[in-house]
Design a protein around this ligand. Structure first.
Ligand code: MG
Length: 249
């Protein structure tokens, strides 16, 4: 069931989205070589709590961190660990949410640590751009397939693999609501977009093949070919005035 939010609910949810966005920005600025993913996670948890919110991901389906932190060929769902040291030249994908007022935001970005290769930068730029291509289609009267098609075509034209096993989703009182928001689709097909829908759009884009594998911890997802992956995500409200990017500062 798709839950449409009222103006009042959107206002409450905006605060959760703003704190999520601020936490993500803080994480990107705090990143440095030598830091462990557990240290970064701890900074994120403390930041979210300092705003009077709670980290949505912590204990969600048993997830042990406040953020998913995935490096290089890790696509999503990296568990923060004291054993994972962040190095110069790494790509670090951080996915997090903050919950306050009974609503949650959900946002992600891939950050570069120091100097990265031109190929890695192109992957990140393309993934970020594809998110905005998708967001442009998040308009009243459009269809979910418009969003997915915009993302997939943008990335596949540039030679990248679009992960299909994981999707964006509705978000609001809970982290995952209907509908699923795939990063592929057929224009003009799928759920009709209505005012008050709030969805997380989140392309997960691989440098090589779209194929992925889940690791033995049951969480971490990696590319099967060992090539890089990037992930950008915003929580977006569909309004009569166009897409409202709720997790944009
Ligand atoms: Mg999400």
């Amino acid at each position: 069931m798709i839950v449409l939010k009222t103006e009042r609910e959107l206002k409450l949810m905006l605060e959760a989205c703003r704190i999520s966005a601020e936490a993500l920005k803080m994480a990107g600025e705090a990143l440095e070589p030598g830091m462990t993913t557990a240290q970064l996670d701890s900074l994120i948890r403390k930041f979210i709590k300092s705003k009077g919110a709670t980290p949505t991901f912590l204990n969600y389906n048993g997830f042990p961190g406040s953020a998913c932190i995935s490096l290089n060929d890790e696509v999503i769902h990296g568990i923060p660990s004291h054993k994972r040291v962040i190095s110069e030249g790494d790509l670090v994908s951080v996915d997090l949410g903050a919950c306050i007022n009974g609503y949650t935001g959900d946002t992600a970005a891939t950050f570069a640590v120091g100097q990265i290769s031109p190929e890695a930068k192109r992957l990140c730029d393309t993934t970020r751009e594809s998110l905005y291509e998708g967001i442009r289609c998040a308009v009243v009267g459009g269809r979910l397939g418009d969003i997915g098609h915009a993302i997939a075509s943008y990335c596949e034209q540039r030679g990248y693999g679009v992960v299909r096993e994981y999707t964006g989703h509705g978000v609001g009182r809970t982290l995952h609501e209907d509908p699923a928001v795939p990063n592929y689709g057929t224009p003009g097909r799928g759920v009709r977009l209505l005012p008050g829908m709030t969805i997380a759009i989140e392309p997960m884009i691989n440098q090589g093949s779209a194929a992925i594998k889940t690791m033995s911890d049951g969480w971490m997802v990696k590319t099967t070919d060992g090539k890089l992956s990037a992930h950008f995500e915003h929580t977006v409200a569909i309004t009569r005035d166009g897409p409202l990017i709720m997790t944009q500062l």
